[in-house]
Design a protein around this ligand. Structure first.
Ligand SMILES: Nc1nc2c(ncn2[C@@H]2O[C@H](COP(=O)(O)OP(=O)(O)O)[C@@H](O)[C@H]2O)c(=O)[nH]1
Ligand SMILES: [Mg+2]
Length: 222
């Protein structure tokens, strides 16, 4: 019972900081996406490919908040693209919370004079914890790679329920696998009929155009 009360307090505190983040993102005019998947589903690779595609677009200033349990390796990979990156090392925590993202966003704002139109957050690799933490983002983007099994949306429904978008990643591997993309999509839509779905390969660029156009449209609308 005590645990439940403590958890409610933690969530209520997170929610109030998430509200502050929402106000900050609105004020900045930034569209924010929160990438969530299991470890290794391809978040950092997708992000590298996405940044490369968006970097030369007029009027879309990019920035990244990169979360990891340990090491800043992924943040360094992403910083190599030239896009401003702020790393969060959670030191064991299985998710980012709103306060961590607030501090990272404020650090980015202090570094950047020009502002941010599209802020992409890479969450800690985990299908459970990040799903229930509101960061004040505009949308959660779930990723499932074609090596993970079609049943993931049924096993981890909270994530697919709370996400607005699903990226089916590593589609270049489909010829070598017995993976049924249509079944994955059916399972995902049974949890959340409104999910927007993009099959993509960061490796070959297949499907990346539609994902890039979607982000561009969102970033320019805010
Ligand atoms: N074949 C293939 N491999 C990929 C693709 N995207 C990522 N990978 C590989 O999957 C592994 C994990 O990728 P990473 O981006 O680090 O995943 P993260 O842990 O979700 O950030 C790495 O070995 C990547 O090279 C893809 O589109 N196709
Ligand atoms: Mg990563």
């Amino acid at each position: 019972m005590k645990d439940v009360v403590v958890e409610r307090k933690v969530m209520a505190r997170n929610e109030s900081v998430a509200d502050l983040n929402r106000a900050l993102f609105r004020e900045m005019g930034a569209y924010t996406v929160n990438l969530i998947s299991s470890p290794g589903a391809g978040k950092t690779s997708l992000l590298e490919a996405t940044l490369r595609q968006l970097q030369d677009e007029e009027g879309v200033r990019l920035a990244v908040v990169e979360g990891d349990v340990q090491t800043e390796n992924d943040a360094e990979r992403l910083a190599a693209t030239g896009v401003p990156v702020e790393a969060i090392v959670t030191g064991g925590a299985c998710h980012l919370d709103a306060a961590m993202v607030r501090r990272a966003t404020q650090a980015l704002c202090a570094r950047l004079s020009g502002g941010i139109d599209l802020l992409i957050v890479e969450n800690v690799g985990n299908l459970v914890c990040p799903a229930s933490y509101d960061l004040g983002e505009d949308e959660k983007v779930s990723l499932v790679s074609v090596t993970e099994g079609e049943d993931k949306p049924l096993k981890y429904p909270a994530l697919f329920h709370n996400a607005a978008t699903l990226l089916v990643t590593k589609t270049d591997l489909l010829p070598y696998l017995e993976f049924d993309v249509e079944l994955l999509i059916r399972n995902a839509r049974s949890v959340n009929p409104r999910l927007r779905i993009f099959p993509v390969s960061a490796r070959t660029g297949e499907g990346m155009g539609a994902w890039r156009d979607y982000l561009l449209q969102r970033a320019r609308r805010v």
